[in-house]
Design a protein around this ligand. Structure first.
Ligand code: F3S
Length: 385
């Protein structure tokens, strides 16, 4: 991969070990994937934040870095709510190490907002056609598909490297030719809410890392697209999808020849019922509209089960009236974290979720049985009805 004279200097260590390490990671990726050069990015979203997932080795790696990010950069969810961690049942030792990880990122100039839905709170991170380096799989999918920005599936270290250099290697989804759809998915069902997470759960397994092009009967909202993309990135490795007439690049393409049909019966089969000891919402982190929906369903009622709603701190702070309505029911709103990346969910035996992504990850990453249900059924279970 070609490096400019300035990039060569960084590569040779003239700006110090951190920048050298960062550009070498980018150059290695560029060489592996045949990139021609580095291209400027508008923002970075950095995974590898929860102490549960990166452990002591990750903490040490980040703490050793010295420098400042070159573009707006924000963090993925951490392993705990930074204020209510005791209420989550997090140990002091975990909390101390988690806080050290966050402070190490802060020292590098990263914005300390730990969320997988940065697009709900910042509008300067990604626009149509912008190149970015994001690393949480649902955020990647949203950036590529719903915003029309361009990112590969970055890992934590490569997103941080891109943040420090302000550039990423030009390959994969940064190139127009790789954004064409490969397979048509025709959905013969009216979908609503969590059905989109179920659709993603089914479709991801079918298409792996290819680019699906959906023909839908119903018209999804942005939150529903968020659920669809998150689930497909978890059950498969889908980083980009198009929805005919809805997503911003869909009009450029004809429907692909290879066709899969998904019927209502297949969507319904993923749902089940049972007796959860935790009902969790907010995978990906909830938007204000989703909080409003949950508040309406909980108004004037009392939950009989442990209920968690995960969102970003800024959204919680901007909507105190919604949070109050929700918390009056006994449900808890946690920020900075989620039911998957926090070890706090591991003490439960059965979690009910309205998210296709959580449904895929909870059994493997938390060792907890998962039940997929609609938002309304999750609330009914939480109320003990
Ligand atoms: Fe976000 Fe955690 Fe789900 S990071 S997408 S809420 S697994």
């Amino acid at each position: 991969m070609y490096l400019t004279p300035e990039e060569e200097k960084i590569f040779n260590g003239e700006r110090g070990a951190t920048y050298q390490k960062a550009i070498r990671i980018l150059a290695a990726l560029g060489d592996i994937y045949d990139a021609d050069r580095l291209i400027p990015i508008r923002s970075a979203q950095i995974a590898g934040v929860s102490y549960k997932t990166i452990g002591d080795a990750g903490l040490e790696w980040i703490s050793d870095l010295k420098g400042t990010v070159a573009v707006p950069s924000i963090l993925n969810p951490a392993g705990m709510d930074r204020e209510c961690w005791k209420e989550m049942g997090i140990s002091q030792d975990f909390a101390d190490k988690q806080e050290r990880i966050i402070q190490a990122y802060r020292a590098l100039g990263v914005e300390i907002e730990c969320t997988c839905t940065p697009y709900h709170i910042f509008d300067n991170l990604a626009g149509f056609g912008d190149h970015v380096a994001w690393s949480e799989s649902s955020a990647i999918s949203y950036a590529n598909s719903v915003i029309g920005a361009r990112t590969n599936r970055e890992g934590g270290p490569s997103a941080l490297s891109a943040a420090l250099i302000g550039k990423t290697a030009n390959y994969g989804f940064h190139l127009a030719e790789n954004r064409r759809p490969d397979v048509l998915i025709r959905v013969e069902a009216e979908l609503h809410g969590s059905d989109y997470g179920v659709l993603g759960y089914i479709a991801g397994e079918m298409v792996g890392d290819r680019v699906p092009f959906f023909e839908l009967v119903s018209k999804p909202s942005k939150d529903e697209l968020k659920s669809l993309g998150a689930a497909m990135a978890a059950s498969g490795a889908v980083a980009l999808y198009h929805v005919q007439g809805i997503t911003p690049e869909s009009g450029k393409y004809e429907a692909p020849k290879e066709k899969i049909t998904i019927e209502e019966k297949e969507i319904k089969e993923v749902y089940s019922s049972g007796e959860p000891d935790l009902v969790a919402f907010g995978c990906p982190h909830t938007s204000p509209d989703e909080l409003e929906e949950l508040a309406s369903l909980l108004d004037g009622r009392k939950v009989k089960k442990e209920v968690w709603i995960c969102t970003s701190r800024q959204i919680k702070e901007k909507h105190p009236e919604l949070i109050e309505r929700i918390e009056r029911s006994g449900a808890k709103v946690f920020c900075d974290t989620c039911m998957v990346v926090s070890p706090a969910s591991e003490r439960f035996t059965c979690m009910m979720v309205n998210s296709g992504k959580a449904h895929k990850y909870v059994p493997n990453l938390c060792g907890v049985k998962s039940i997929m249900a609609t938002t309304e059924d999750c609330i009914r279970a939480a109320l003990g009805e």
